[in-house]
Design a protein around this ligand. Structure first.
Ligand SMILES: Nc1nc2c(ncn2[C@@H]2O[C@H](COP(=O)(O)OP(=O)(O)O)[C@@H](O)[C@H]2O)c(=O)[nH]1
Ligand SMILES: [Mg+2]
Length: 393
């Protein structure tokens, strides 16, 4: 059941003071070495709780910080908050996933502990859910939202490029945000959650198929105490995470994209080997054959590793023979289609006919490899992209 609000969503200016979050609320906060930030954060949440009479539960999911975080929570003395010390399966997103499994209330908010996310905006997030959104983000990138002024150009660019890369996955302007609210029951719509890196909100949006995403503007303030744990390595993990999400959402389109990319790379490998062999004096006929053999092998290995990575458990020799067989038939189709176009449209440049032939051959190759050579009856490709699904609750 969603939160209830005693306000009219149509009157935003009068709304703020009137919002009452009546539904019980669980707040999940990943923490790592945030002992200094925990007391001011809990104090602000206490003010919010009293003001809005919220039935509140706060779960601080801590990765064994040993910096006084446990004592800080205890000394605050709020009976609605508890810290869970985790020693296995560390990491921000996994900590949040575990927190979601422990949460008891129907509406869940996730936020950072470093005071970058203003707790005072939580009622607005709940209001967004109440007015029909499936997922509500505390957003930096909608009108009224902002970040601190001292974000350098590269930090801004980095954040914007990362956001742009997620665009095909969701319409949200700030899908990378770590401040969001949703209904816990919607988690059941995900086959599994298995994020790598920091973007647990994006993971939930995509895996739960949440289309209706609302954004509430917030001012994102840079942390004053403690240090950011967002390293370059974490940012690289984002690319891996994106790849998994693309595969999850656009299963065949993304595997066809990878197959085509591998094919292009194969062309580069072919030309490089050919040039190198001719340059060292190998006869052209031999060099062409060797270039084809090497590029076919590299294409096979790359496709087996990435495009059809879920079928890596299959027997290599069988898969290789299947791949070579499929590609050989694909080459014949390419040849036949090219000749057909040449005879049907003699005025067209021969290169156009060749491109059409390559297109048909590639599609044939992809389909036979996807559904025959690398088919996997036991595991769906989406699941293989992320490993075995951990339980949600
Ligand atoms: N449990 C857990 N929390 C983490 C981990 N890394 C970061 N956090 C918490 O996740 C939130 C966001 O991290 P932060 O370092 O501020 O990232 P940034 O805001 O992107 O610079 C903070 O509350 C951190 O304490 C981790 O490995 N485990
Ligand atoms: Mg932070």
């Amino acid at each position: 059941m969603p939160a209830e609000l005693d306000t009219k969503p149509t009157e935003p200016t009068e709304r703020l003071a009137e919002i009452r979050v009546r539904s019980p609320l669980s707040i999940v906060i990943p923490t790592y070495k945030e002992a200094e930030n925990i007391p001011p954060l809990l104090d602000r949440l206490e003010r919010l709780r009293v003001e809005h009479e919220i039935d509140l539960e706060v779960l601080l999911m801590d990765d064994d910080s040993r910096d006084g975080s446990v004592e800080a929570v205890r000394d605050c003395g709020y009976d609605w908050s508890r810290i869970v010390v985790r020693t296995a399966d560390r990491g921000l997103s996994q900590a949040v996933v575990d927190g979601l499994g422990l949460a008891r209330h129907p509406v869940v908010v996730v936020m950072d502990a470093d005071l970058s996310h203003p707790p005072e905006k939580i009622p607005d997030l709940i209001l967004a859910l109440e007015s029909g959104q499936e997922f509500a983000i505390g957003s930096r990138y909608v009108p009224g939202g902002s970040t601190d002024d001292d974000w350098g150009f590269f930090r801004w660019l980095n954040s914007r490029v990362a956001t742009l890369l997620a665009r095909p996955l969701t319409d949200a302007h700030d899908p990378m945000a770590g401040f969001f609210a949703f209904r816990r029951a919607d988690l059941a719509r995900a086959k599994y959650l298995n994020p790598v890196g920091y973007k647990i909100g994006l993971e939930i949006i995509v895996k739960c198929g949440l289309e209706n995403v609302g954004e509430v503007p917030i001012r994102f303030t840079d942390r004053v105490r403690g240090q950011s744990k967002l390293t370059f390595r974490e940012q690289l993990k984002y690319l891996k995470h994106l790849r998994r999400l693309y595969i999850y959402k656009f299963r065949y389109l993304s595997s066809f994209g990878q197959f085509a990319a591998v094919g292009l790379l194969g062309l580069v490998v072919n030309l490089a080997i050919l040039s190198a062999l001719v340059w060292v004096g190998v006869p052209e006929a031999t060099a062409v054959a060797a270039a084809i053999a090497v590029s076919m092998m590299s294409n096979f290995l790359l496709n087996r590793r990435f495009t059809f990575g879920y079928a890596r458990g299959g027997r290599v020799s069988t898969q290789f023979l299947g791949f070579v067989g499929a590609c050989s038939i694909g080459a014949l189709i390419n040849y036949a289609v090219t000749l057909g176009v040449i005879s049907a449209r003699p005025s067209w440049p021969v290169q156009v006919a060749a491109v059409i032939g390559v297109g048909f051959g590639t599609i044939f190759n992809y389909l036979t490899n996807q559904f025959l050579v690398f088919r996997d009856a036991t595991r769906p490709p989406a699941a293989s992209a992320g490993g075995p699904p951990p339980p949600l609750t």
